[in-house]
Design a protein around this ligand. Sequence first.
Ligand SMILES: Cc1cc2nc3c(=O)[nH]c(=O)nc-3n(C[C@H](O)[C@H](O)[C@H](O)COP(=O)(O)OP(=O)(O)OC[C@H]3O[C@@H](n4cnc5c(N)ncnc54)[C@H](O)[C@@H]3O)c2cc1C
Length: 219
Amino acid sequence: TSPDEEGMGMGSHFASVGGSLYGLWINTKTGKRFTDEFGDRKTTTDAIFKVLDAGGKTISVTDSVGVASFSKVRPGAMDILRKNGAVKEYATLDDLAKAYGISPDALKQTFAEFNKAIESGKDTEFGRKLDKDIKPLMHAPYYVSEMSPKIHHTMGGIATDTSTRVLSVVDDKPIPGLYAAGECTGGIHGAVRIGANAVMDCLVNGKLAGETVMKDAKK
Ligand SMILES: Cc1cc2nc3c(=O)[nH]c(=O)nc-3n(C[C@H](O)[C@H](O)[C@H](O)COP(=O)(O)OP(=O)(O)OC[C@H]3O[C@@H](n4cnc5c(N)ncnc54)[C@H](O)[C@@H]3O)c2cc1C
């Protein structure tokens, strides 16, 4: 089978769409939400590590209605995720709580509070922007994936000037004939890259690098 058929790397699609756009994230130690599921990558990563460091697990959860919405956005993904075990199904919240050692009362309270937030359109706990298609989570079965951060993009790297000339670490001056663009460079995105902007970085700065090479060659 190909990596795609095995669902390699697919778990994050459930966590970042099914279990966030249409669901919520839970700290198994407390049974509570622990972050704005739509927070930026650094915010959510730090929040997940905090739970993991304290010995908890971070799980992403939605119900059958959330999974139906997820399946519209990622057709076929649920078949792969169920088959490879990245997403598990539970008939009730009690079953889910038992599987992860969560207090059932705490879990039910979290769902009740979050459902109120969905109905009012306002997440007062974490200020999450609620998707227009999210519905109160009350339609069993429930679906769960365990989450942990993975390396996705390197924020640091080679320093360049705004024309993509590589700067020397010795004197911060351009090294003649050396240019860099894309993920090998650092600082373009600050400490947190906004989703989808890496390809834009490559395209814009790659073109700019070509132009600068031509300009410098003429000198
Ligand atoms: C799972 C995943 C999903 C992503 N999704 C998105 C997205 O949706 N939108 C988005 O904007 N960005 C996304 N990104 C980030 C984006 O894909 C990368 O930042 C981007 O592709 C980097 O392109 P690049 O050309 O700078 O570097 P690379 O694509 O890493 O290219 C570097 C090349 O250099 C080659 N190389 C390395 N060392 C040497 C050597 N010594 N000699 C010769 N060749 C060498 C490598 O083999 C490679 O081909 C994603 C990244 C990952 C990992």
